[in-house]
Design a protein around this ligand. Sequence first.
Ligand code: NDP
Length: 386
Amino acid sequence: MKNIVILGATGSIGTNTLDIVARFPQEFRVIGLTAGSNDEKLEEQIRQFRPAMAALANEAAAARLRDRCADLPVRILAGNEGVTEVAQTAGAEMVISAIVGGAGLVPTLAAIRGGKHIALANKEPMVMAGKLMQEEARKHGVRILPVDSEHSAIFQSLEGHRLDDVKRLILTASGGPLWDFSREQLQTVSPERALQHPNWKMGSKITIDSATLMNKGLEVVEARWLFDIPETKIEVLVHRESIIHSLVEYKDRSMIAQLGLPDMRTPISYAMRYPERMPLELPSLELAEVGKLTFFKPDHDRFPCLGLGYESLRIGGTMPATMNAANEIAVEAFLQGGIRFIDIPDIIRSTMESHVPQSIDSLDHALEADRWAREKAGSLVHSLTR
Ligand code: NDP
């Protein structure tokens, strides 16, 4: 029986994680759940999984949750501090890190410092402070296991091999909901259309990141720190079917890949139960039914965000954190109808160009870059708001 905490329990990754727990109640005990503001859904989850603690980042929502759960033996905490307290609670062996965005950095780092193994879906903290997170993980004897399907695929393709033998990592990309759109169409695309992903059902922020290809830019940075490999050895390949989840090429030119139908429960369960595999009752991938798989080079003209990911790594220090924060602000503004889809990369690039990068030696350095970039990107959004 493994004691787990789920950060971001009410989201797409959080609910998929709880689906696994519900299927294997003898394997996992949920001792803490957190979310942002969805008190109704968190109450349902508390009633079903009976954690000892729960927290909502939004204080008013936490007060409502306290009322809703008055008949239950659960301690409800409030605010970012409450979420962080649940993340580092004694007794948890593993924390599933599935908050969306930079808000996950402080609680995930607290969990690492508390000695908990991490199943990492929340890629933004790795982008903001990957070096620091890995150093802290080493110091506290903690494993950071990837949940992101591409990184899980790379992790599985590296198992039993030597990092020195790796020639390159190839991250596959679905191309997102707007891959076939012309430059003109991208100028007027609505948030509703950009949210229609062909293969994956995910939260709105990552779905827009998938549409801009910023998701892949973030994943390149995530891969650099997860696997301790320079960006010059990380490539991106568009693969519309999302069947090959990523590949590793070795120096003898062998390629090893991981394949499967797109279902996040497979990589989530692998991280939760590593090194064992769980008997998931999911449909099998029938390659004869798929017939053929297609591959393309990414189009940097229509989707410049991928290049910004590489650029942030080349510059280093606080630049990836700056890029990440500007992206969060721009995506939110697009979803609210304030800016156009094509404004997103412009806002990120302008924010990065105004930034004077510093090295990241502490959490405060990452948080300060994040704060600065949010303010800068916010003013750029303001100047564009229609
Ligand atoms: P969702 O938007 O579906 O869920 C986000 C979760 O985070 C919710 O529980 C939300 O709570 C909580 N949350 C939001 N803001 C805060 C905050 N300020 N403080 C604390 N909690 C907060 O996102 P996804 O599940 O899609 O994605 C989560 C992470 O996993 C992202 O980093 C994403 O990039 C990554 N990921 C997701 C994949 C997927 O298939 N969805 C695949 C690979 C990676 P509430 O409901 O109350 O708002």
